[in-house]
Design a protein around this ligand. Structure first.
Ligand code: FAD
Length: 371
């Protein structure tokens, strides 16, 4: 067996882990589907975001904070290796509250999470009312109540991140195979085999990073792969002069000048369409936030399906009955990319996933029999 790892899925999760393992000297093959497949990594908002993550699971908040601390070095390293600029900046971010009720609920939730978790004392955030916020968000609309600011938040161009990961992986000898759809995976006496239209491909260990594809592949390896699609829709404006406005989940100005608008979560199964109704309400809210955008032309819109676990936190699974098989599913693959490329890859390499990151296993979704 000439390969150490087979990774199924070449999205941002699979490629970040492939990069991390290749950097450790492992021989990695990545099998990826075709351009028409579902790919959250190519349709997301590009936020490297910490605040609000892990509201029901403080360890997820820790990972997000940790990853955001690692992001500057991670971005620098990828750019140095590949020459690809990620348009990464970490100047802080604001999650807006449109009314007093939302502001109160947000602050209460943040206080509960950050004040009661000893490992999160480094987390900094503050509620800023509209007047103060205007210094960070020039031209903010009169009807916005305020927002939570955190200096840990930032943004990048997620497509350049992906491009850099592909380029870095190639330089490290990762065998990336596009248009290679895996129909089945199985444990063998010597490791694992993936069935593809061009034949069987084997390696000593296997990592599923197949996004929504985990649902069908994971069970045969004793992994849960519990994910469901949650749709998001985005709108992009024409390029406009830099507004000097911090990013927010509701709206952010990209490095090339366009405003990216949209943070909706829609339970519509595998429907990848866009709807006028949602786009209209996103546009209206964008104008409420920045009234000057009423004159901006819209140039693009799309939808993408989130890879959502039952509780929204990452799912990092090591198979109990097929030792050497892992499943990685998460809804924050951009934010967590720095962590995935380093600590997570190292934990898989030394087979410590179940011990070091056991809180994130599928066991938390098991239904407990009572009585
Ligand atoms: C609208 C939206 C906005 C988002 N905004 C942010 C954000 O601002 N910040 C953030 O951190 N995260 C954000 N996310 C989440 C982020 O995009 C995802 O967490 C991340 O892209 C998941 O990456 P992935 O590699 O697991 O999945 P995917 O990108 O879906 O990749 C899975 C890959 O596996 C391949 N595959 C699947 N099945 C098979 C098979 N059988 N054989 C071979 N290959 C297979 C697919 O072709 C695909 O390339 C957003 C997501 C959406 C949808």
């Amino acid at each position: 067996m000439s390969r150490d790892f087979l990774i199924i899925g070449g999205g941002v999760v699979g490629m970040a882990v492939a990069y991390g393992l290749a950097r450790l000297g492992r021989r990695v093959t990545v099998l990826d589907e075709h351009d028409g497949s579902l790919r959250a990594s190519r349709g997301n908002a590009g936020l490297v975001w910490v605040q609000g993550k892990g509201l029901g699971m403080p360890r997820y908040a820790e990972l997000s904070l940790h990853s955001s601390e690692s992001w500057p070095g991670f971005a620098q390293e990828l750019t140095a290796r590949t020459g690809v600029e990620l348009e990464y900046e970490r100047s802080g971010g604001v999650d807006l509250c449109l009314d007093a009720q939302e502001a109160e609920a947000r602050q209460a939730a943040y206080r509960t999470l950050y004040a009661t978790t000893p490992t999160l004392t480094a987390m900094r955030w503050a509620y800023l009312d509209r007047e103060v916020l205007r210094e960070h968000l020039p031209g903010l609309g009169e009807t916005v109540h305020g927002g939570t600011f955190s200096p840990h938040d930032g943004q990048c161009n997620p497509l350049y991140l992906l491009r850099a990961l592909y380029a870095a992986c190639l330089t490290l000898g990762v065998d990336y195979r596009p248009a290679t759809s895996v129909s089945a995976v199985e444990a063998t006496h010597a490791g694992f085999t993936a069935r593809t239209p061009t034949g069987a491909i084997s390696a000593e260990r296997i990592i599923l990073a197949a996004g929504l594809g985990a649902r069908t592949l994971a069970p045969s390896l004793g992994l849960s792969g519990q994910v469901r699609p949650v749709r998001g829709q985005l709108l992009v404006t024409e390029r406009l002069p830099p507004g000097g406005r911090l990013p927010s989940p509701q709206i952010r100005q990209t490095a090339s000048g366009g405003y990216m608008i949209g943070d909706v979560l829609e339970e519509v199964g595998y429907d990848t369409g866009v709807t006028l109704e949602t786009l209209h309400s996103l546009g209206e809210r964008a104008i409420q936030i920045y009234p000057d955008l009423a004159r901006a032309r819209l140039v693009r819109t799309w939808s993408a399906l989130r890879v959502m676990t039952p509780d929204g936190s990452p799912l990092y699974e090591a198979s109990r009955n097929c030792s050497g098989a892992y499943n990685l599913s998460c809804h924050s693959g951009i934010t967590l990319a720095a962590f995935h490329a380093k600590e997570l890859a190292a934990a898989i390499d030394t087979d410590r996933l179940a011990t070091t990151y056991g809180d994130f296993s599928g066991a938390r979704f098991d239904v407990q029999a009572i009585g």
